[in-house]
Design a protein around this ligand. Structure first.
Ligand SMILES: CC(C)(COP(=O)(O)OP(=O)(O)OC[C@H]1O[C@@H](n2cnc3c(N)ncnc32)[C@H](O)[C@@H]1OP(=O)(O)O)[C@@H](O)C(=O)NCCC(=O)NCCS
Length: 401
């Protein structure tokens, strides 16, 4: 099988990949800062692999709303909060929803080029504490003259319209996401990737007295609606336009979470006696129409597959980020992967609709889930792809080793 140029260089190894459980909006994780959740995640990541934190050269962290407690280069602050030596550098990356897939790309590229040997790549987004849009972005009038910029939910509606999708189709994908996620939890499929988070949760006193604080060990994804039905989902009102088909039920959920990947060169892995679980094979990034915005997954995937010298037939497990069900349906239609989806090879364990989509953390979260699923199946290749706000997409091919 043809291989990418990347394989001729040192491998960019995925030593391990972990994540916090995902907390529902205003749920358990809303009581802890993102840098503190992330610190627990990265400390477990290196601790369970016997890596001294001083060996880590850089923390590359995805985060979209870089304001308030997610500002001031949270990547560096994660290393400091984790209590790592000051020699560990840190940076923060914003490629919107693809931010921590981009940190994977940056980490792998740094390893492939021989510039770094041990990197922690990941991300965080505490959407309950630092709401989407709270960084008050704006764009030049020059952009507005050329493109009709809308919010993501409107693009999701446009995609549904242009691809001829029905509300029933979108709700079915979303229902399936919840059922698959619930099954994954029940079967313990996330056990290897989840880092339980310890935190204090205040419980208000019913009679108006001072809240009592309880120490909690938060270990299970909280946003999954296992009790949902297609009937309940059909009853939800459109979320973005009056006669639309996009609802709270078939959109990704607003949640809190953090995830991290330990990326090493072959030399470093061997020096430290690390046992890699997978490696990065290739990446693809594309820009697409900023108005339609969320339809770039097939193109980014095609690019990553071409760089890897692979085709869809070589890929055992596919993760397409469930930003909206219309994005998943469009991806399946354009790639011809509908049957693979029905067979459970695409998003086998749910996704952003059921688990939630903590923007800056999702790329690393999907990587962790994909690695676990490749192991569960004893499979070789996985591909993860994510659409990105204002018209981009990023995809990665990974190989279990
Ligand atoms: C769509 C969106 C606006 C909905 O926000 P919200 O109204 O706060 O969503 P909620 O989770 O509170 O759900 C609204 C209601 O629908 C219900 N609901 C949601 N999903 C459901 C499901 N699967 N089954 C049954 N009921 C459901 C909720 O229980 C809630 O009911 P309630 O009002 O009686 O409590 C928000 O989730 C969103 O913006 N998502 C997209 C985020 C995004 O753009 N990310 C970037 C992607 S590119």
């Amino acid at each position: 099988m043809a291989q990418s140029g990347a394989t001729a260089r040192t491998g960019a190894l995925i030593v391990d990949a972990v994540r916090s459980p995902i907390g529902r909006k205003n749920g358990t994780l809303s009581h802890i800062r993102g840098d503190e959740v992330s610190a627990q995640v990265v400390n477990t990541l290196i601790g369970r692999n016997g890596v001294d934190p001083g060996e880590v050269e850089d923390v590359q962290w995805g985060c979209v709303s870089q304001v308030d407690e997610q500002a001031w280069n949270i990547g560096r602050n994660v290393a400091l909060t984790a209590g790592w030596p000051v020699s560990v550098a840190g940076t923060t990356v914003d490629r919107q929803c693809g931010s921590s897939m981009q940190t994977n790309f940056n980490a792998a590229a740094a390893v492939w080029s021989g510039q770094l040997d041990l990197v922690v790549s990941g991300g965080v987004e505490m959407m309950s504490r630092v709401p989407m849009g709270s960084n008050h972005g704006s764009m030049s009038p020059l952009v507005w003259e050329r493109h009709e910029i809308v919010m993501q939910g409107i693009s999701a509606e446009e995609i549904a319209k242009q691809w001829g999708q029905t509300r029933e189709e979108l709700d079915r994908i979303s229902f399936e996401s919840h059922m698959r996620a619930a099954r994954a939890i029940d079967e313990g499929r996330f056990e290897r990737e989840i880092v339980p988070i310890e935190l204090d949760v205040p419980e208000p006193d019913e009679s108006g007295g001072a809240a009592t604080v309880t120490r909690v060990r938060f270990a299970v994804d909280e946003a999954v609606r296992r009790e949902t039905t297609l009937e309940k989902m059909a009853s939800l009102q459109p979320a973005f336009i009056p006669d639309g088909v996009v609802t709270a039920g078939n959109s990704s959920q607003i949640v809190d979470g953090s995830a991290a990947v330990l990326v090493a060169s072959e030399a470093k892995a061997s020096e430290l006696g690390l046992e890699p679980r997978a490696r990065f094979v290739s990446f693809g990034v594309v820009g697409v129409d900023p108005h339609l915005m969320l339809h770039g997954n097939p193109e980014a995937s095609a690019k990553a597959l071409a760089k890897a010298g692979l085709t869809w037939d070589d890929i055992d497990v596919i993760e397409v980020n469930e930003a909206f069900a219309s994005v998943v349906a469009q991806f399946l239609a354009d790639t011809g992967l509908q049957e693979r989806y029905e067979a459970g090879d695409v998003n086998p364990n749910g996704g952003g609709i059921s688990l939630g989509h903590p923007l800056g953390a999702t790329g690393a979260r999907i990587t962790a889930t994909l690695v676990s699923e490749l192991e569960r199946r004893s499979a070789r290749y996985g591909l993860a792809t994510m659409c990105i706000g204002f018209g981009q997409a990023i995809a990665a091919v990974i190989e279990r080793v």
